[in-house]
Write a new protein. Structure first.
Length: 142
């Protein structure tokens, strides 16, 4: 039996994942990080992207995070994110609408908008749509 660690993923609304994991891959702001049991202690910021979990027994799960904080202790890994959603629960229509709204706001030079916020919303929507597409391809075997 493979070694495991406790993995907790928490959003602003609720706990999304709390179980044993053999490995977790997270989207660090400086690049992807692979965390395994007994990893050295670490605190890092995360960017919007996919958290890939190898659960105890080898099952895989993907969770979208909008960014956040990663804390690694020898036997516990915690991810705190404003938004965390199981990839299977992502809504393609909502993500597409958010992408279009952000693109429209960025393209409308006549209005006062918060460009940093609009760009962040656009980036999040694009990441969600890519993850949805990745899952769709996995299900269809392509």
């Amino acid at each position: 039996m493979a070694m495991t660690m406790k993995l907790n993923i928490v959003s602003a609304e609720k706990e999304i994942f709390s179980n044993l994991a053999e490995m977790v891959i997270v989207p660090g702001t400086q690049g992807e990080l692979g965390i395994m049991p007994q990893h050295t202690q670490l605190l890092s910021t995360l960017k919007a992207g996919e958290v890939v979990i190898t659960e105890q027994g080898g099952g895989k799960e993907s969770i979208y995070v909008s960014g956040g904080i990663l804390e690694v202790q020898p036997h516990v890994v915690t991810i705190l994110s404003d938004t965390a959603v199981r990839a299977s629960d992502l809504d393609e229509a909502s993500a597409q609408q958010a992408k279009e709204r952000a693109e429209s706001a960025l393209g409308d030079k006549g209005t006062e908008i918060d460009f940093a916020k609009a760009e962040a919303q656009l980036a999040e929507a694009i990441v969600q749509l890519k993850l949805i597409d990745k899952l769709r391809k996995k299900k269809s075997g392509h």
